[in-house]
Design a protein around this ligand. Sequence first.
Ligand code: ADP
Ligand code: MG
Length: 700
Amino acid sequence: MLNLDDNITYLKGVGTERANILATELNIKTVRDMLYYFPYRHLDRTRYYPINQLNEQLGWVQIKGRITKVDVIGEGRQQRMIAYFADETGLIQLVWFRGIKWIRSSLKLNEEYVVFGKPSEFNRNLNIVHPEMETMDKHKQNLSAALLPLYNTTEKMKTRNVTSRTIHNIQIALHQQIKGSIHETLPAYIIEQLNLMKLGDALMNIHIPQSQAELERARFRLKFEELFYIQLKMLRIKGHRAKAFGGHRFTTVGEYFNTFYSKHLPFELTGAQKRVLHEIRHDTNTGYQMNRLLQGDVGSGKTLVALMSILLAIDNGFQACIMAPTEILATQHYKSFCDLLQPMGLPVALLTGSTKQSVRKKLLDDLASGQLKIVVGTHALIEDNVVFNNIGMVVIDEQHRFGVAQRAKLWKKNNTPPHVLIMTATPIPRTLAMTLYGDLDVSVIDELPPGRKPIKTYHFFDTKRLQVFQFMRDQIKLGRQIYIVYPMIKESESSDYKYLEDGVESILRAFPPPQYSISVVHGQMKPADKDISMNYFINHQADILIATTVIEVGVNVPNASVMVIESAERFGLSQLHQLRGRVGRGADQSYCILMSGNKLTTDARQRLQTMVQTSDGFAIAEADLKLRGPGDLEGTQQSGLDINLKIANLSTDNQILIIARNAAEQVLDNDPTLANNNNSILLSELTRRWRYEFDWGRIS
Ligand code: ADP
Ligand code: MG
């Protein structure tokens, strides 16, 4: 009997050569790998595409029609045969380079054929190279497999003749060999409750669908299972953490918080800010550790929420810190914290990689003794020599740059872990948040402070540069400041620097000193130089700041009202949104100008269009997820979770995800440790899927 962990060479139709190519190209090594290599689409073989609607993007299609003419062109190796194939709507060329003689003799004019293949464009004509074809009569007889699964293959596989069809055939052989021997991976009561298809049937129908309805049920079952186990894992982490560690209890809302709220708050809090503060106050008074993700769009006022959460900790006799991903951002937080807390006489310290040794020593002493209550910093905060007396609250700004392990380091600084508030730089789609941060509670600031003027966003091709320069001059005349950002995909890439240098030169020509003043900041400058350049701009000594993405997060210069993004097509959506968020912070109308070359890929065009059309960070995050898929989104790599799902799709399967989450919650509500007999299968699946036992201590 075949075992799922057996090597695929045990399968009929898979010899060592095919096994090799499947392993190297698709990472398929075992029978299970093959079974779980799902088709990306199923082709309904009872339907036909109208020829006039074909295009290159469709992939495999099926058409029906008749051959009107056959030509053989060229000689020898150059020879090819073209059959002109027509339906009521149009004409397409079928092309052969090999086997011409034989195929020509078998093709009949005026016979109805069904053609199956991938349309591609050649010399401006759409054609299908080496199509599969059969007469309509034969096709009708063969319709047992009406739904044909299509599998992704690589170029290399094609050259070795391992096609989607090959994989399909292997799957058929596989199912004959393992018939009835696939063990169920979900408890019977869940299957019953949700009326799920059994695993064996689902795996069979996804590869060899018996009908459209059964295929749908198979898909649902497999997607559900994939999402369910992720949710179960995340919720177990969450539950375990609450149980194992407890948390500091913040019982009072004390003097600092109240004084700040009534006397020093620079503006009325938005409803959303108030709601989130309520959630945090509730969390911190339960006796459990808070682990909360704070989502909010750029400029929604997360910093203030952080500051007030920190005051809550101080009022209850604890220390608190806020950690930012860059030195610039930490410094900025430090300054705004100082401004806001000075009136109450509450000292704040800054700790970064460039804090001077003498200052650092005193700072560390004061932290250890508990004399210093609030510290703002970068990664420097998680170094081993940083010891707190009693840290009660950790705020992490711009989460995606900190990995789970880094968060955990802060944790170890106390016996009872501090409350943790994680703030995202940009919104994350709900489905992704539930998956990546499924172990956290989530707060959302879904309201911008009042009186913000929407930023006007335009897309210009590079050829319109002079117009853009003129617009910039007009804005400078009005007293505004301008950012110009260049992509620096890899800080090390010298070609990118050349690009920046050329940019600086051309800007200097168009905006010559002394009439205009320009400041430059990029990632390879020394921190001190960076600060000088930044401050030059912050203090309005410079009209224009030319920068790479070092300014991406957090910088706050309210008088800067124009953001020009060069080669905008090279940035991702969330990055563009972040950059745009640097303007629109003052009272003036702000503008974001996206410059790009004339030639744009479909994806790039859509990204730029999305930016022009919407400024809602949540909508942009959804669009980003659709365009890029979850695996490429920022933050997913660091999350430590393999988000490249096999069948579920986080941008389209919201419903199933919610069902899976509810099911997992229900399971753990009834049986938190999964000790019941009927849940034993869940435990063994969790371990099999994630191989290791959860390393609870490492999870913050
Ligand atoms: P982000 O959520 O992007 O970190 P910030 O906390 O930097 O946003 O806030 C953006 C700007 O909005 C800051 O200048 C801040 O002072 C201001 N702000 C925050 N909350 C309010 C509010 N309730 N009313 C008016 N302005 C606010
Ligand atoms: Mg911020």
